[in-house]
Ligand binder design. Structure first.
Ligand SMILES: [Zn+2]
Ligand SMILES: [Zn+2]
Length: 341
């Protein structure tokens, strides 16, 4: 089978043996795999130099074979979405305090998923969610971009930010942000979408944002129009996005960090006196659980959220897609739709 591999920092398309599904695993023939910004960060070694050999972690495919005891969860021929944001979908024990508390990504036995830029991929069958036909293959980015945005929007309710209140989405036209604008709008929030450039702002308006503002003007506009937002969902992979998000909050606001800037961008700085004065709640939101994925598939089937795909191509286009993604050329996502070429 064809598969993308990172070797010494270079991306190659290799011919590899078809993997065997292990205990409770299903082998999935991949029909579409989204290109997440995390894949790019990993390929470039942006995060503390970590470069796994296999990348790709949001995909749709058909179950082709089952390992021992996987038949309890899926059947051969099922069309499924897989990935759970990469960090969540490889394995979780289901019985530790984190698994039982709804945070399986902290499970000591947890394993991630990496490697869906391949014709076939073995995956923990409990993490698979079956798809209705109305959710097409180009919705593959729901498995990470969509799930991560949904997880962040759900944090608003968990932290008592009520529908109707103003919420800023930073990086609103990007792979994650464009889902968050749709979902937060569908939940009834007043969404202030922040991005850069008129094309991207126009796109953010088309997704249902109440207001779309350029990052450069955001602080002034938000202070003038609303006085400050109740919460900020920060998807930008730049420290500048964190700094802006903290400034946009009203006193006692909720800051939900999602984007992870390159290690070389340095640390988030917080002045303790300002922290005291403004009293924000700071949390991180990563991916989601298999139950979140089921809910999100239902929202997609109901037409409440849709993936915006700017670019499709075969597996051999992946290096070019990384360059384009790095240059900020896409609204929404790029999707590999032919894993065999
Ligand atoms: Zn991702
Ligand atoms: Zn566990």
């Amino acid at each position: 089978m064809k598969a993308a591999r990172l070797e010494d920092g270079e991306l190659h398309i290799r011919d590899l043996p078809t993997p065997e599904p292990g205990e409770e695993e299903a082998l999935v023939r991949i029909t579409a795999s989204g290109v997440c910004h995390s894949d790019l960060h990993l390929a470039r070694g942006d995060w503390a130099g970590i470069r796994p050999p296999a990348i790709g972690h949001e995909a749709i495919g058909i179950v082709e074979a089952l390992g021992p005891r996987a038949e309890q969860f899926v059947a051969v021929g099922d069309r499924v979405i897989l990935g759970l944001g990469g960090t969540g979908g490889g394995y979780w024990c289901g019985a530790c305090e984190y698994c039982l508390g709804g945070q399986p990504r902290h499970c000591a036995q947890g394993k991630g998923i990496m490697g869906t830029f391949a014709e076939e991929f073995p995956v923990y069958a409990k993490s698979l969610v079956k798809l209705p036909q109305s959710v097409g293959d180009l919705e593959a980015p729901l498995a990470c971009g969509g799930l991560t945005a949904y997880g962040a929007v759900k944090k608003l309710l968990k932290h008592h930010i009520l529908p109707g209140r103003p919420v800023a989405v930073i990086g609103a036209a990007g792979g994650l942000g464009h889902y968050a604008v749709q979902l937060a709008s569908a939940f009834g929030y007043q969404v202030i979408g922040v991005d850069v450039g008129e094309d991207r702002l126009e796109f953010v308006r088309s997704l249902g944002a109440t207001l779309a503002v350029d990052a450069e003007d955001a602080l002034e506009v938000v202070q003038r129009e609303i006085g400050g937002v109740d919460a900020c969902l920060q998807f930008s992979a730049r420290i500048a996005g964190f700094n802006l998000g903290l400034k946009l909050l009203r006193k006692g606001g909720l800051f939900v960090a999602v984007g992870i800037p390159a290690t070389s961008e340095g640390n988030l700085q917080l002045n303790p006196f300002e922290f005291f004065l403004r009293d924000p709640t700071l949390i991180y939101s990563a991916v989601g659980t298999v139950q979140d994925m089921r809910e999100l598939v239902e929202l997609a089937a109901a037409g409440k959220v849709k993936t915006h795909v700017s670019r499709t191509g075969p597996l051999s286009d992946l290096p070019a897609i990384f360059d384009e993604l790095e240059a900020g050329k896409y609204l929404g996502r790029a999707v590999i739709t032919d894993l065999a070429h």
